[in-house]
Write a protein that binds this ligand. Structure first.
Ligand SMILES: CC(C)(COP(=O)(O)OP(=O)(O)OC[C@H]1O[C@@H](n2cnc3c(N)ncnc32)[C@H](O)[C@@H]1OP(=O)(O)O)[C@@H](O)C(=O)NCCC(=O)NCCS
Length: 293
């Protein structure tokens, strides 16, 4: 670990690109099985924008490791209303297993010291699981649904109205977040609204909820009842473009309602890392976003 420097990430294109390169290289072996991002132009632009978004909102939560002038690792974290959230944690394969990850996570975790609760989506990496457990997180094994949506299962649209959302719904989104995970996503909704294809809203006397979808991926879903969550997930999956693989991941056993929707629509179930939580139970009905939790 000689010559390793940990410094705060800067809000520059160069630093965002360095994080991007490390993430691509370190998730290499996990691509596909772990359901990480597809390697296309739009995904790259979104990841760069996400890094800039986080370094602007939480500069003290975002760290980069350099060895002999080369960027070798990064940890991006944020605080939202008393919850510390880890968005990205990566070390280049050539630098792994030498303690760089530990140094980075210590810095990012120090930023969360005043927070009683913590949340992150963990890859299946045994090294990551070790780091998170040692940092006091409870590891909830998670599942993923993937595959082509069987449209014959979508014929009945259901009786709860769902409509597209926009910036006028920010207050509703934050209210649902506070009920479900105890903290609003706040400015992260602005990022998600700007970068994801769909925001779906259900707002009825019986309850409320929302769901983001981007391409084949269900990004984040929160609702005040399983019935509303089920309706939103079905609608989001109905909107996955023909020919694209649908992906819904980080489902703990609390989200059986979502597992059942996926199985009904012909998706296949596999294991997928962990939802790691500190000071809180898994929110439900809820599908976390790996980047914004
Ligand atoms: C997870 C990751 C960031 C950790 O970085 P790192 O620099 O390798 O981490 P460290 O060397 O500080 O610590 C790794 C720990 O796991 C242990 N470890 C490494 N490989 C392991 C394995 N296969 N099984 C069990 N433990 C393992 C190491 O002994 C070390 O523990 P210790 O410090 O208590 O001895 C890095 O491995 C990585 O980028 N992985 C791929 C991307 C990823 O999965 N990121 C996490 C996303 S949630």
């Amino acid at each position: 670990m000689e010559g390793v420097i940990i410094r705060q990430l800067q809000d520059t294109p160069a630093d965002a690109l360095a994080v991007q390169c490390i993430a691509r290289a370190s998730f290499g072996d996990l691509l596909g099985i772990a359901g990480t991002e597809p390697d296309d132009e739009r995904a790259t632009a979104q990841q760069l924008a996400r890094t800039r978004h986080l370094v602007q909102s939480d500069p003290e939560g975002c760290w980069i490791a350099e060895q002999d002038g080369e960027a070798v690792g990064a940890a991006l974290s944020m605080r939202r209303e008393g919850v510390w959230l880890l968005s990205l944690f990566v070390v280049l394969p050539s630098a792994q297993g030498k303690g760089v990850g530990r140094l980075l996570l210590d810095r990012a975790a120090a930023y969360g010291r005043g927070c009683l609760r913590g949340m992150l989506c963990a890859s299946p990496s045994p090294a990551a699981a070790r780091r998170y457990r040692r940092a006091g997180f409870t590891l909830h094994p998670a599942m993923a649904l993937r595959g082509k949506v069987d449209r014959s299962g979508l014929l009945d649209p259901g009786d709860i109205p769902v409509h597209p959302g926009n910036a006028t719904h920010l207050h509703l989104l934050d209210s649902v977040d506070r009920r479900l995970r105890g903290s609003a996503h706040g400015i992260d909704h602005e990022y998600m609204l700007a970068h994801y294809e769909d925001l779906l809203i259900a707002d009825t006397l019986a309850g409320s909820g929302y769901c983001y979808r981007n391409g084949g991926r269900v990004r984040l879903l929160a609702a005040t009842s399983k019935r509303i969550a089920t309706r939103l997930l079905r609608e989001a999956l109905a909107r996955v473009p023909d020919g694209e693989e649908a992906v819904v991941d980080f489902l703990t056993a609390e989200q059986e309602w979502a597992v059942d929707v996926g199985l009904e629509l012909g998706l296949s179930l596999q294991t997928r890392g962990y939802l790691a939580l500190r000071g809180m139970r898994p929110p439900a009905p809820y599908i976390p976003s790996a980047g914004f939790l």
